[in-house]
Design a protein around this ligand. Sequence first.
Ligand SMILES: N[C@@H](CC(=O)c1ccccc1NC=O)C(=O)O
Length: 294
Amino acid sequence: MSSDTTSNVHKDLSYVSSPNLLQKLDIYLPPHSIPATTETVYYPPVVVFIHGGAWRTGDKNQFIKLGQGLSHLGNCAVAIVNYRLTTKDTPEIKNPLHVQDVASAISWISLNAKKYGYRDDRIYLVGNSVGAFISGQLILDPEYLNSHDPNLLAKVRGVIGIEGIYDLVNLLKSYPKYIEFVKPAFGADEIILKSVSPQYININSKIPPYLIIHSLEDELVGIDQSNNYFEHIKDSGAEIVEIETSLKGKHEEIVQTDELIQRIVEFIVIQESKEAGWSQFVESAMKAINFPIF
Ligand SMILES: N[C@@H](CC(=O)c1ccccc1NC=O)C(=O)O
C-alpha cells in the first residue's frame, strides 16, 4: 500500500445544523485532486463507513488508516461517520436515533458532493458490526433515507456488511449477556427487537448489490448472523449478493487489515465498471488492486 499519508482530509464536519459532539464526519479525498472544472461525471464515488461498538462505543478516529488506505487504493472519497451513542451519560439516545443520525449524514454527504469533488449519486455503504445493522436498517426500511429525499436510496450503489449483527433476537439467544448493550439501546421487548432487526424487515424496493463479509475467526459475533442475513437478502429479491468468509481476523481486527481494504475496492470497482461505464476512476483503481484484466 502507498506510504504517502498526505491524504486530503477534512475533519469534524457537522452533518446537522445544531450538531451534538458526535454528529460529525471526516472526509478522506483521493491523493490526486480533481480540478473544479471537471465534469462531475468524472468524479469518484464516495464510500460511507459506519463504525461498530455495540451502539455505546466506537469512533471515527479508530479508522484513520482505513480512510487513508481506502481513498488511496480505491481512488475514491471516503466519509467516516460518527453518530450519537447510548451511554450511561446519554441513556436517552436510543434506537432509532443512531440510524437517523447516519441517514442525516448520508443526506449531507450527497448534498455536499460537488464541494469536495465526489459523485453525489454513487454512494457505497460499509458498516462494521452494529454499523452493518445500521446499514441494513437504511437499505431495508426506505423511510430513513426517504425522509431526507425520496431519491436518496437509489443513489446507494452498493452495501458491504463486515462482522455484522442483523438479528437481535437470535443474537441474544446465542449471547444472553449482550442484553447489557441491547437493552439500553432498544429495550428488551422481543417483538420490538424483531421489528427493528434487518433480518426480519421485508421490503419490495430494489436492494443494491450487497457484499456480506464475516471472518471465521470472529469471537464476538457468530457467522450465523451473516449466513442467515445472506439468505434473507437473497429471498428479498437482491440480484447481486455475495458472502465472503475467507478474510482472517478476530471481530475487531479484520476491519484494520489491508486485505479488507483490497476486498472493498474490488467490490466497488466491479459495480462501477458495470454501472458507470469506463472511467478514470475505474481504470486507476483497477490498476491499483491488480485487477485481472491488467
Ligand atoms: N467494545 C464494545 C463491545 C463491542 O463492540 C461488541 C461486543 C460484542 C458484540 C459486538 C460488539 N460490537 C459491535 O458493534 C463495548 O465494550 O461496548
